[in-house]
Design a protein around this ligand. Sequence first.
Ligand SMILES: [Zn+2]
Length: 435
Amino acid sequence: MYWNKPMETMPRENLERLQLERLQETVRRVYQNVPLYRERMQKLGVAPEDICSLDDVRRLPFTEKTDLRDNYPYGLFAAPQSEIVRIHASSGTTGKPIVAGYTAHDLQVWSEAVARCLGCADVGREDTVQVSYGYGLFTGGLGLHYGVEKVGAKVVPTSAGNTHRQLMLMEDLGSTAVACTPSYALMLGEGLRDAHFDLSRLKLRVGIFGAEPWTEGMRDEIEKLLGIKALDIYGLTETIGPGVAMECLEGHSGLHMWEDHFMFEVLNPDSGEPVPDGEYGELVITTITKEGMPTLRYRTHDLTAVIPEPCPCGRTHRRIRRLRGRTDDMLIIRGVNVFPSQVEAAIVGIPGIAPRYLLVVDRVNNLDVLEVQVELAPELVSDEVRAVEDLQRSVSRAIEQVLGLSVKLRLMNPGSIERSEGKSKRVVDNRSLIR
Ligand SMILES: [Zn+2]
């Protein structure tokens, strides 16, 4: 397996010294080359030479997703165009996407970060890795691809889609690892189950899943359906792509952040002040080795907490908890904060229910109404009115208990909630369309 021991197990003191050097270099670079950062730093009265300790990162301005949009496409690039060798872009919901540029050095950093993630999953030269993330502008496919090549494993670049063919290749080529979104992993698993496939025909042993938040319940479901160990990988286009942080096999539910490339803070999203280790806050990332498009204090709006304890695997890079939804994904319904992941946590494991759901929010007579659509598991569809009513009651109670809010529950037929090969849609908020 891939293991960059000097870097991954570097004593904290040395790691922090390296971080400071790299932070100072990055700040100088963006101050010189990116007008937005220079102007913001001048407004805050801070110059590159004022960054004398790691804590001084807090003197630097934040960067938001809107800054990347407003400076589309090249406004935040810190290297000359002649040095940019790759472009990626966010999947983009509306309007212009977010563009990221990479120098040759940045691509090496990225491959190294992903290679370490694969090492965390014990993937090495003997492995065959099926990359079922989408290829193209999206960072998932190519990001994983070059990491797999770096560890010397065999890459099968299937990209996303065509579940039947994915499963056929998985069996025929003897894939030992798969990388995709957790919702797509679930779809692959459901494909196997529906075909009554004998799992012993697969060599698959580990999955690397990310690009959307998921829960422990979903992990259990994927592990059961695919007969594998499922691990969480984290990253975002604005900071490089997948590979910023990864769970190791030994650490259980903590993701090592590669701190020699990415400095991170966990802050109270309202005050911008750091929260104590172990408490949840917003993850803010400063890239400290990127040349093409470094980002200072990028506000991810992802919620996590620092795990202060050292990891049994021996890596010294600190771990963060599995991402628990997003600050801007949070719905406020009748004054109650609701995260889609809470609904998922409530329904997973209820017999007769599949981990598929959709939240539909409406405003009726000036009152917010939350409808939760939940899919029935195929093996447990019952025409018996009594059984369905019982299920309806127990699922409503489970959700209402977690949310502290009454909901309108709709049990849906198996397969009726829209499947997605990329990130799945968890929320339809119709309130913004209503005056
Ligand atoms: Zn570890």
